[in-house]
Design a protein around this ligand. Structure first.
Ligand SMILES: C[S@@+](CC[C@H](N)C(=O)[O-])C[C@H]1O[C@@H](n2cnc3c(N)ncnc32)[C@H](O)[C@@H]1O
Length: 271
């Protein structure tokens, strides 16, 4: 699968339970367990335990606060975990919390035309296509097996005809969309992390994002907390991307620290 692999902290999280949607992103609970094992000072035991409870409890509490998944979202998650070709990559799903957030943004933005870069098994594509105003959902994906997976799960559903999948490298597919004169109300970037900067530049320089009202959401922007210290290749790429956006006078932006971090970018209203 042509996706940068998740390193260090993510590898501590292999114990994700396939039957649960809950996934720990930061790796902090595992790190705190290690500290607890190594700790020889009983006075610190309680404090370390409290830290673990806070970190583990917060993510679960936030997830429990989300609106329930729709039947189709739940089916995609379940079958991604079950299918032997996709189960080992199930951590790539945007998941219940991320899914709930992007759904709300699409609803608030009343997004009609939505573009996704990096479809995988279609969880976020289905999430967006089920929002009230979505008329067209375009998904860019490089892996032909993912198209087969998604198409077979969409058959006979209400969103089947809304979702268009363009196979190939996202950079080439973006050029195709530009030639077609497409613009989008919402663009979700969730593919190879070393491509985010180029995708963003192409989108902004070629008018693919609806001016004024358009929103870009970028998943995994914190990259298991390695973007801030650039301790992984993905973290370095994403830091460079964030720095570029911060000095881009055309937009306003902020990082939402849920899941693995979502970067929300919109055109400046005054431009
Ligand atoms: C993190 S997954 C997407 C998860 C999906 N958005 C979801 O929430 O379920 C990233 C996807 O991007 C695809 N991808 C990686 N590099 C790509 C590229 N250069 N062009 C298009 N798709 C790419 C991978 O094949 C993978 O399916």
């Amino acid at each position: 699968m042509p996706q940068q692999t998740y390193s260090n902290f993510r590898s501590l999280n292999k114990s994700d339970n396939a039957n649960s949607n809950h996934k720990n992103i930061t790796g902090l609970p595992a790190l705190l367990s290690k500290i607890q094992e190594l700790n020889r000072d009983p006075a610190l035991d309680d404090m370390i335990k409290r830290c673990r409870d806070i970190v583990e409890g917060e993510e679960k509490y936030v997830e429990a606060s989300c609106s329930p998944l729709t039947p189709l979202q739940a089916r995609i998650i379940q079958e991604t975990h079950k299918d032997s070709n996709t189960s080992q990559y199930a951590y790539m799903l945007s998941g219940a919390v991320g899914g709930c957030f992007i759904k709300h943004i699409a609803e608030i933005a009343r997004a009609k035309r939505i573009l996704e870069i990096g479809m995988f098994t279609g969880f976020s594509a289905v999430t967006f296509s089920e929002t009230s105003n979505c008329e067209e959902m375009v998904c860019l994906e490089i892996d032909p097996n993912m198209e087969k997976f998604v198409r077979s799960r969409l058959q006979g559903t209400d969103v089947e005809n809304k979702i268009r999948i363009i196979l190939g490298s996202a950079q080439e597919s973006l050029a195709k969309l530009k030639q077609e004169g497409k613009t989008f109300d919402l663009i979700y970037i969730d593919a190879n992390k070393n491509g985010y900067l180029d995708y963003y530049k192409y989108i902004m320089d070629n008018g693919l994002l609806e001016r004024i009202t358009g929103v870009i959401l970028c998943d995994n922007i914190l990259w298991s907390n390695t973007t801030m210290d650039q301790s992984t290749e993905g973290g370095k790429d994403l830091h460079e991307f964030v720095q570029f956006v911060l000095q881009d006078q055309r937009v306003e932006q902020m990082i939402i620290p849920i899941s693995d971090g979502i970067f929300m970018i919109k055109s400046k209203s005054s431009d």
